[in-house]
Design a protein. Sequence first.
Length: 274
Amino acid sequence: MMKTKRAFTYAFLILVSFVSIFPFLWMLSSSTNLSVDVTKGKLLPGSHLMDNMHNLLEKVDIVTALSNSAKVSISTTLLAMLIASLAGYGFEIYRSKAKDVVFNILLMSMMIPFAAIMIPLYRMFGGISNVIPWIGIDTLSSVVIPTVTTAFLIFFFRQSTKMFPKDLLEAGRMDGLSELGLFFRVYMPTMKTTYAAAAIITFMSSWNNYLWPLIVLQTPENQTIPLLISNLGSSYAPDYGVIMIAIVLSTLPTALVFFLMQKHFVAGMVGSVK
């Protein structure tokens, strides 16, 4: 009876795993087939991988798009880690009567959909363009700045900081460390798993960001990889083989980041402190 139950459990897990991974396998297979084969629903790999790659490089400048996405995602991740962790650390460590009020207002901002602030945000960057062109409309900076931190990240760091051993801060103060010294030399090394989890979430979100870059980036030289893939699929006769290989290339960086940091990601999500 026990063996039968275990076999059923394994079979169920294998089935669920296959269903979960099938779209990715189909994407890899389709990137090696012609567009007509993809539309016919061919599941087996083909022999046109290099042809699709050649057509992709001829149609679009994917290297520039990948470079733009990398610049935006890395800049956003680094700035978000610094700003959100400073905010979460401050909300949890320091005492103030107005602290909880400000934090509750911050959490309430999570209920505001991006569509509600999209037009005011665009108008704001349009006004900035006349004063500081390098952070105005149609610049990569205009994609980074609105996303360098979120209420969720600040909440995430504050909740993780609740498990931070406060005795370390007292010991650091006794050794003569400044408040910033405590943050950079004590808090950050101790909370590395939390930083890893937040970095993966932020990087993947920034890399896949579509709506705001679509609005604010207006020239092909500045487009990110989601915009490039969208343009490939919006033609009158889209080449699905080319689209699939572009999606594969766009997936590799996020998959690499996740697999390199997955152990820290799991530890950070459960709130462990090392």
